[in-house]
Design a protein around this ligand. Sequence first.
Ligand code: ZN
Length: 298
Amino acid sequence: MKTMKKPLYPILKATRAAVGFTRLPRLLALWLGRKKVSILNYHDPEPQLFAKQMAWLHRRYQPISQSELLEAIMTKSDSQLPAYPLLITIDDGWRGNVALCPIIEKYRIPVTIYLSSGIVGTHRKFWWLPVYEAGGNPQMLKPLPHAEFLDTLKKQYDYEPERDYPERCALSWEELEDLKRTDLVTFGSHGRYHFILPQCPEDVAWDEISASKKELEEQLDLPIIHFSFPNGEYSLRDQKLLRTAGYQTGRTTQLGFNNVVEGVDPYAIKTLLAADNNSLPVLSFGMGGLDVLREMIL
Ligand SMILES: [Zn+2]
């Protein structure tokens, strides 16, 4: 992922909101998004804002499920897709996700939740939380080779992936059952401990990819065939491991529409926007493909 230079942030934020208020992104969405699958990526959205966004999206898009997307990718045909197909995805498996049940049920919106199998159902923490708590910057750790990454987490932040902490940050298995009961949630894997796959030696990457599949399948009693790359980072090796482990899709954080007729790599599915805290104008800006353009320029 590209990191933007800091001074550009406030300007960009204001620009996205201002442009988002105009008709431009909406016109672009109508033009560019027709018969292309737009995917949004959430993590731990605040329910009230998520409800507002779903109401807005529901009026403008036709939500589809992960299996409808897979079918369209495999057949390279958009004939079964609605005019403006939208897929909602949520990464990590945060405890707060259970509060989204009434909203996805109200709008009957299919949602894919990608879970870190070693964190959900436990009192373990995602690795970046203790870094933030200690005033550190998780971005600094992401490029480290895996052994050094773990060593730094342990020595500087007293963090170990398998340690239990008093407060639970992820969904419990009971809460996951509540989400499963909506019949609107597809569960996928997001690794075991959210390690950055390209920095991992092959045995660790394989464990993240294949053991997470097995753990989730056992606990949820469902096939797990969809994967989302932690931090959006992946290599050719990781895509191959996904295929070998039996996954059928891999979602990235690369920005773009998914044009199934032109061809979509099922192990490099694109998203339009990380949407958690966005106002409706900023959501509109992203849905119009303007973040894709912004990333090409900046
Ligand atoms: Zn994640």
